[in-house]
Design a protein around this ligand. Structure first.
Ligand SMILES: [Zn+2]
Length: 131
């Protein structure tokens, strides 16, 4: 059964067993987890970060961007806005793969090492590459 609303539960450690309809938020580990809102019981993990998800809390939870479970059989795709699940058309496998590629590229550029400028930086990196 589709979930229409999620209840935020703030925790230090996300529990192993998640309850349907709850979204577990760990600020310590900058991540949230919930069971897929379609009811398929797949665990959906949404880490926070500049290339991942952004959590907004105003008493209710909003998560950006959308949660696209294109890699799961259900292909659920939805927004979480003020605790409410806003359903979007199911993700197509191709679009899910493109989104994954774009995410990976975004993550790579966000977390890429800054260019080595100093002599020691260049030397240390040269050694790391070659030994
Ligand atoms: Zn699902």
């Amino acid at each position: 059964m589709r979930i229409q609303e999620l209840t935020p539960v703030f925790v230090e450690f996300v529990p192993t067993d998640l309850a349907d309809g709850d979204i577990y938020i760990s600020m310590e580990y900058a991540t949230a987890s919930h069971l897929c809102a379609c009811g398929c019981a797949v665990r959906v993990v949404t880490p926070f970060g500049p290339a991942d998800w952004v959590l907004t809390f105003d008493g209710t939870v909003t998560l950006s961007p959308s949660v696209g479970n294109g890699q799961f059989p259900c292909r659920s795709h939805y927004l979480i806005r003020s605790n409410r699940v806003v359903w979007l058309p199911p993700m197509q496998r191709r679009i899910a793969q493109e989104a994954h590629r774009a995410d990976t590229a975004g993550r790579a550029s966000t977390y890429a090492e800054p260019p080595a400028t100093g002599f020691w930086d260049r030397t240390i990196r040269w050694f790391r590459r070659h030994f």
